[in-house]
Ligand binder design. Structure first.
Ligand code: ZN
Length: 133
């Protein structure tokens, strides 16, 4: 998969949003299906309390469509609904923006020290594509 194919796929999954790397962190504007909050993913952090002006700024900056944001449960709703937070992560080189790997994590709310994290290097995916086209 070329970088252009990858970017197109990401944009399609995010309802047309560009989700750029800003200071090495992927930024995604989403709407929670449970509480309807519009929230911003900033790398590993979530901004759950955006004001109307902030939402308008991020909609413009991310080229998002406010009527068609990705539907993703916010952290508080995940904690209430399933007792923890599940996340898919993408790791990028902060200088070049190259994708270096992906991660999957589960963090249980109570007790908080229960979590599962796994990571996959991007070059392993590329090698698999070559060996198993
Ligand atoms: Zn929510």
């Amino acid at each position: 998969m070329t970088r252009e194919d990858y970017d197109t796929t990401v944009r399609r999954l995010l309802c047309g949003q560009e989700a750029p790397l800003i200071e090495g962190q992927r930024h995604i504007l989403s709407q929670c299906p449970r509480c309807q909050a519009i929230w911003l993913q900033r790398g590993p952090r979530q901004n759950l309390h955006l004001g109307a002006d902030e939402i308008r700024i991020w909609v413009t900056r991310l080229r998002a469509d406010l009527a068609h944001l990705p539907i993703r449960a916010c952290r508080p709703c995940q904690l209430r609904l399933v007792g923890g937070e599940f996340a898919l992560d993408e790791y990028a080189d902060t200088t070049s923006g190259a994708i270096t790997g992906y991660g999957i994590s589960w963090e249980q709310g109570m007790p908080p020290e229960h979590f599962l994290v796994t990571g996959i290097r991007a070059d392993w995916f590329l090698q698999q594509e070559k060996e198993h086209p």
